[in-house]
Design a protein around this ligand. Structure first.
Ligand SMILES: NC(=O)c1ccc[n+]([C@@H]2O[C@H](COP(=O)([O-])OP(=O)(O)OC[C@H]3O[C@@H](n4cnc5c(N)ncnc54)[C@H](O)[C@@H]3O)[C@@H](O)[C@H]2O)c1
Length: 398
């Protein structure tokens, strides 16, 4: 059994992960500064599901499972000394790092949200790396990166798991080198993820830290075996234009009779993974750490790709929802192909839950149950990548 620290353990991925590993018998602790809940207040929105306070969540879990999860209210981007003390005292084996501002649209909203995203994400990641080194402990750090670090253009090749062999020079004297796949961030948020990757490469090389970086696709679904044990354990469900992700948004929109909102042509291809598969991936990552001195282990944590338009059509056919094409608030290719290798997780035993109409009812049921909590005013995306996209949107009426 391992001693596991979950950074960002109150969030959409972190909370089910904390419960899952606690249920498996590991000693789990959480650090979170509840900034995600504060951003809800700032934006005037709430999770579609009525999430309990972190205190109620943890008390309920202890009552149901008999297991305690210590919680530290701490801002990782500024409270370095407290972080170091907690790490030294608890001698963690594994730290899973979810604690970043994770919405691309929010990161593009205005100068405040851009600057906040950069200082929060980069300082948090660097403080964690620095604290692991200073603690002198042999901790395996697992970070949640994003598929978006590869960019959303067409690569004309299968995107490998983090590294690329490149060959350069004259025909007579070519040099082959393995490099990090060239980053191509499409937002300030994704830019912070590409910076994270550089910091991981540095600390793994300079300090022999054992690091796994999971380049995760868009997570869909919301319920896990543990979160459904009690209403107080319910996971968050973001539906608003900044934090809601595409498939969950479509399912919520169909449940409340709102048109399915597709940005641009809908020919953009994205990578997806179901929330229960993310938990399996973390288990696999924990059980297969890099050795000391190894380069950063990078896995593509996704199970399939879909064009946005095709997803909307699948749901529309099933529910007779209207599909509404809207100007794209993002600056991105109007169309792209995406072929991604996910061999590492498949070889290590991941058996994917694929997107199919059979698994939609569970999500639609949740969305219908709490539909009265939906504020329709917040459904449409209103964060624009630049004035051009803002102008395009203003020229259209709905
Ligand atoms: N949700 C997805 O579809 C998805 C897809 C790809 C990658 N990811 C990555 O997975 C991670 C978790 O995503 P999520 O959807 O759970 O996000 P989330 O916003 O729901 O959770 C992040 C948690 O971290 C906390 N946090 C943020 N900054 C902090 C700080 N400085 N100190 C302490 N706590 C802090 C927040 O309060 C929140 O509870 C993120 O890094 C994200 O980039 C998520």
């Amino acid at each position: 059994m391992k001693n596991i620290l979950i950074l960002g353990g109150d969030g959409f991925c972190g909370w089910p992960t904390a419960l899952h590993f606690s249920n498996l018998g590991h000693n789990v602790s959480i650090i979170d500064n509840l900034s995600r809940r504060k951003i809800d207040v700032e934006l005037g929105v709430e999770s579609l599901t009525p999430i309990s306070s972190i205190e109620t969540r943890l008390e309920t879990w202890e009552r149901i499972s008999g297991k305690q999860i210590p919680f530290y209210y701490l801002d990782l981007s500024i409270e370095y000394d407290r972080l170091l003390t907690i790490i030294k005292k608890n001698k963690f084996d594994v730290i899973i790092h979810f604690a970043e501002q994770r919405a691309a649209p929010y990161s593009m909203k205005n100068s405040h949200s851009k600057r906040y995203t950069v200082s929060n994400n980069i300082n948090a990641t660097h403080n964690i790396l620095c604290a692991i080194v200073e603690s002198g402990l042999d901790i395996h750090l697992i970070h949640l990166g994003s598929m978006g670090v590869y960019g959303y253009g067409t690569a004309n090749m299968e995107i490998p798991e983090g590294y690329l062999d490149v060959c350069f020079g004259e025909a007579s004297s070519t040099v082959t080198k393995e490099i990090l796949y060239p980053p191509s961030p499409g937002s300030i948020y994704h830019m912070t993820k590409t910076q994270d990757a550089q910091m991981f490469a540095y600390y793994s090389q300079n300090d022999n830290l054992r690091i796994t970086d999971l380049h995760q696709g868009i997570v869909w679904g919301t319920i896990t075996a543990e979160t459904k044990l009690h209403e107080n354990l319910i996971n968050r469900f973001d539906y608003d234009g900044d934090y809601g992700t595409v498939l969950n948004r479509f399912l919520m929109q169909s449940a409340i009779g709102h048109p399915l909102t597709v940005h641009g042509t809908g020919l953009q291809t994205r990578a997806f993974i179901h929330i229960t598969d993310t938990l399996k991936c973390f288990e696999i990552a924990i059980n297969n750490p890099p050795r000391k001195g190894d380069k950063v282990k990078i896995f593509n944590q996704m199970t399939e790709t879909f064009r946005v338009r095709d997803l909307a059509n699948i749901i529309s056919e099933q529910t007779e929802s209207e599909v509404l094409y809207m100007p794209n608030p993002r600056k991105e290719d109007s169309e792209n192909d995406l072929y991604v290798s996910n061999k590492c997780f498949l070889d290590l035993g991941l058996n994917p839950t694929l997107i199919s109409t059979e698994v939609f009812p569970e999500i639609t049921e949740i969305a219908s149950k709490y539909s009265s909590r939906c504020n329709k005013k917040y459904i449409l995306a209103k964060s624009y990548w630049s004035d051009i996209e803002r102008q395009n949107a203003n020229n259209e009426t709905y």
